[in-house]
Structures are given as structure tokens and as C-alpha cells.
Design a protein around this ligand. Sequence first.
Ligand code: HEC
Length: 155
Amino acid sequence: MKKLSLLLTSLALLNASYAYAGPIEDQIKYRQSAYSFIGWNTNKIKSQLDKPETFSKEDVIAAANAIAAAANSGLGALYGPGTDQGEGWHKTRLKPEFFQKPEEAKKVAIAFNLEANEFAKVAETGDPVQIKAKFGKLTQSCKACHDSFREKDPK
Ligand code: HEC
């Protein structure tokens, strides 16, 4: 039993598709929820940077850690085959191009992951100037994926 679970663990590390993600509509739901949560935390940071009098180091760190945790949770597992069609909380906006250009998809996903982790480190400094600069890099990594792989408007 121990051997089997070890094997399953290493398989999961090698290939995200072994991670639990559930049927297509669940994957889309989890995906939309994850990005919605990421979006909320991004907006919290943006509003504090826009209104310096509301800036709180602790709040920015909490939001940055939430984004990094979501980025590190293995979102790739929620991009199973067929998830460019169907309904989660609403119709998916994932473009079929995601599956047609796997190299580019991997590149933007890895870039986002790196930026999310880097941003969490910079948030710890509590320095709004450094945080603002790194936040720009983070949101560029969101945009890179959205521009290529997310429908502009709901389908
Ligand atoms: C690897 C690609 C990728 C990255 C990186 C990415 N997104 Fe997205 N995002 C998507 C896709 C695809 C959808 C549409 C999901 C669906 O409808 O199935 C989406 C949807 C969203 C949504 C709408 C959620 C909903 O209710 O449907 C928000 C908000 C969002 N993203 C914010 C962000 C922010 C902020 C970042 C960066 C901090 C980010 N995303 C990074 C691909 C990405």
C-alpha cells in the first residue's frame, strides 16, 4: 500500500493530469473559482497601491501569499482535454488554442507561477515602490495568458 501511494505520488509530480480534478464541468468550476479568487486578491493589492493612504504591509502580504498559493496549487490539472467547451459557473472562456499551442500555454503558465512566487517575496519587504514594480510584472503575466487563451467576452 505504501509502495503504491509512493508510486502514485511520483506520477502526480511527473504529470499534473494525474492530480484530482474531476469531470469537465467541475474542472471549469474550480478554474473559474481559482481565477476569481486570484482576481479578488489582485484587486486588493491594486486598490492599496492606487490609494497609498490605505496601504497595509500585512494586507498586501496576505493577498500576495493567497495568489502564490493558488498559482502553486497545480492549476494545470484544471485544463483537461475538452475543457475549452462547457459550463462551470458560466460558459468557459478558455480558447481551443490552449490545446493547439501547448508550448506557448506552458510558457505563459510557468511565467505566471514564477511571477506569483517572486511577488510574494517582494511583498515581504513592505516597500510600495518595489511592490508596485513587481506587481506590474505579475499582472503582465496574467495578461499574456488572457491575450492568447481567454475569450474577450463570455462565449
Ligand atoms: C495560464 C493562463 C492564465 C493565467 C496566467 C491567468 N489567467 Fe485568468 N483566466 C484564464 C482563463 C483560461 C480564464 C477563463 C476560465 C474559464 O472560463 O474556464 C481566466 C479567467 C479569469 C477571471 C474570470 C474568472 C471567472 O469568473 O470566470 C479572472 C478575474 C482572472 N482570470 C484573473 C486573472 C489574474 C488577476 C491573473 C494573474 C494574477 C490571471 N487571471 C492569470 C487564464 C489565465
